[in-house]
Design a protein around this ligand. Structure first.
Ligand code: PEP
Length: 262
């Protein structure tokens, strides 16, 4: 009953010309995809990519948002601005923007800039929903948390913080991405049974908030998804597709991942 959804996160890669070239190769390869598909370019390429996606089966995503509508917030991008360029999906709470950096080594002076908290994730979701966006809420444990046996409690607390004061109808509009931090960009994918177990745990935790609505919420796995492991991951009952970083920068590899989702 849930459609699969595969979203490419291009991160801080690709000039406009490079996005154009990647999409020219990719779009013909996935024109018959039955899964929902999206790509998230950097902010400055959104408009160009929107033009190229027009009339295709691929949705436009943004990698971040600021929760205020407008004002003196130098360097940030509002929901209204994203709406204006035709964005559908917005990543929120990605581990690369949270205050827990996982593998990233960020100089202390940039900590304030990157330090996403559960509270700011919640503010972002609340700012996106009235515009009709689909927020993709990223949650996941880092290696130290996993090794300490805290995977489930860390994720439950991220969900609790992100979903404060949201109704079941609002929560139903989200996609949740389980992204173990230690698997992102490392080539070390979470093994399928464990990815399925955590996605099932996420669904069970959502059920405590929204009862049966939890059955309809799409839950992606993200963390070194590749063509070679996508079909196995996506065949699991609680894994409804993938959030894909590195592999989404390669047309044939990403197309194979999309095909693995149906
Ligand atoms: C991501 O950026 O969300 C991600 C999962 O990256 P990668 O696929 O490169 O691990």
């Amino acid at each position: 009953m849930r459609k699969k959804i595969v979203v490419g996160n291009w991160k801080m890669n690709l000039t406009r010309a490079e996005t154009e070239s990647l999409l020219s190769s990719l779009l013909p390869l996935i024109s018959d995809a039955t899964a929902q598909v999206g790509v998230c370019p950097g902010f400055v390429a959104l408009s160009t990519v929107a033009d190229q996606l027009s009339g295709t089966n691929v949705g436009l995503g943004a990698q971040n948002v600021f929760w205020k509508e407008s004002g003196a917030f130098t360097g940030f991008v509002s929901p209204a601005m994203l709406k204006d360029v035709g964005v559908t999906y917005v990543l929120v709470g990605h581990s690369e923007t949270r205050g827990r950096f996982g593998k990233l080594e960020v100089p202390a002076t940039t900590v304030g800039f990157f330090a996403e908290t559960d509270e700011t994730v919640n503010l972002k979701i609340k700012s996106l929903l009235p515009h009709g966006f689909t927020p993709i809420l990223c949650v996941g444990e880092n290696l130290a948390e996993r090794e300490a046996g805290n995977t489930d409690s860390v994720i439950q607390s991220q969900l609790d913080g992100a979903l404060v004061d949201l109704s079941a109808d609002e929560i139903a509009k989200l996609v949740v991405a389980y992204e173990p931090v230690w698997a992102i960009g490392t080539g070390q994918t979470c093994d399928t049974p464990e990815a399925e177990r955590v996605c099932g745990m996420i669904r069970a935790h959502l059920r405590t908030k929204v009862a049966d609505v939890a059955k309809s919420i799409q839950i992606q796995y993200g963390g070194s998804v590749k063509a070679s492991n996508a079909a196995d991951l996506f065949s699991q009952p609680n894994i409804d597709g993938g959030l894909v970083g590195g592999a989404s920068l390669m047309a044939e590899e990403f197309a194979a991942i999309v095909k693995a989702a149906g």
